[in-house]
Write a new protein. Structure first.
Length: 67
């Protein structure tokens, strides 16, 4: 039960915040910034890891034998 405690506490806090509301409810510029930063991180990681991931996928597909 001790392992589930943090998750249950988080769910309870989220439920209270949604039902009661909070100060930052409607903080659209903050959410837009978070979304743009996340998209930027994904694009940067994809630019770095994309060629290697493509090579791994191609190598895996080339080893598959069909009928």
């Amino acid at each position: 039960m001790d392992l589930l405690r943090p998750a249950l506490d988080l769910l309870l806090r989220m439920h209270i915040r949604i039902t009661v509301g909070g100060r930052d409810r409607g903080d659209v510029p903050g959410w837009v910034l978070i979304t743009l930063m996340t998209a930027g991180l994904v694009a940067a990681l994809w630019a770095i890891a994309g060629p290697k991931l493509e090579q791994i996928l191609n190598d895996a597909l080339s080893t598959v034998k069909g009928p």
